[in-house]
Design a protein around this ligand. Sequence first.
Ligand code: ADP
Ligand code: MG
Length: 241
Amino acid sequence: MSLLVVRGLTRHFAGLTALRDVSFEVAQGSITALIGPNGAGKTTCFNVIAGALLPSAGTVTFDGADVTRLPPERTCRLGIARTFQIVRPLAGLSVLDNVTVAALVREPTVAAARAQALSVLTRVGLEPKADALASGLTLPERKLLELAKALATGPRLLMLDEVMAGLRPAESMQIVAAVRELNAGGITVLLIEHVMRVVMAIAKTIVVLHHGEKIAEGGPDAIAADPRVIECYLGNLGRKK
Ligand SMILES: Nc1ncnc2c1ncn2[C@@H]1O[C@H](COP(=O)(O)OP(=O)(O)O)[C@@H](O)[C@H]1O
Ligand SMILES: [Mg+2]
């Protein structure tokens, strides 16, 4: 069964088409990856799914309900959570307070939100930093905080936008382990990621965008061998290294 169904999504910005007739589904319980070169439309796709942007055309269906025109606070309450490519914690607040604010989306009281926040921080391994100011965190810690904030809202679908970008392999493995564990616990994951080693290892299905269009979709082996994907994306990734 599909938890998320995206149909014919198109989004124009002034003279630019960031998404053109993009359709895909995210199976309940799966880890699905959205990949493609910079500017392919991946973050725009997340923004439309989460309700931060309205599409120019197309629909987003979550657990059978049309959520296309719902704002982010409504999609979040329904169980869609996302992290931001550019991490932006409330720098003057502690780590715990940042996550507590996110937990208030679902929890009725500050005390309950705080308890939920502490439990989430423990789950992602950031509990030792609970009282530290968000502004003082290292990049890997900020990424974990971003993950914790998304989790604190109690999502059924967790959308991760380049949470491994800029991390060393050992640091990204900590996030990979956390994502696997969350998925094993029943959270469906849709992730945008450039680190192919990670994508190939954890994604069951990969959707490839290029210039706003879906150019391929399939399992890791099929995608790694797809001539069009190699030409548009994977070949270039290899050359850059
Ligand atoms: N708010 C916006 N206003 C204008 N253009 C945008 C906006 N957001 C994204 N774009 C453009 O849409 C295209 C896709 O961007 P984006 O979705 O961020 O790509 P990706 O995440 O795949 O790198 C890019 O050309 C980008 O400059
Ligand atoms: Mg992006």
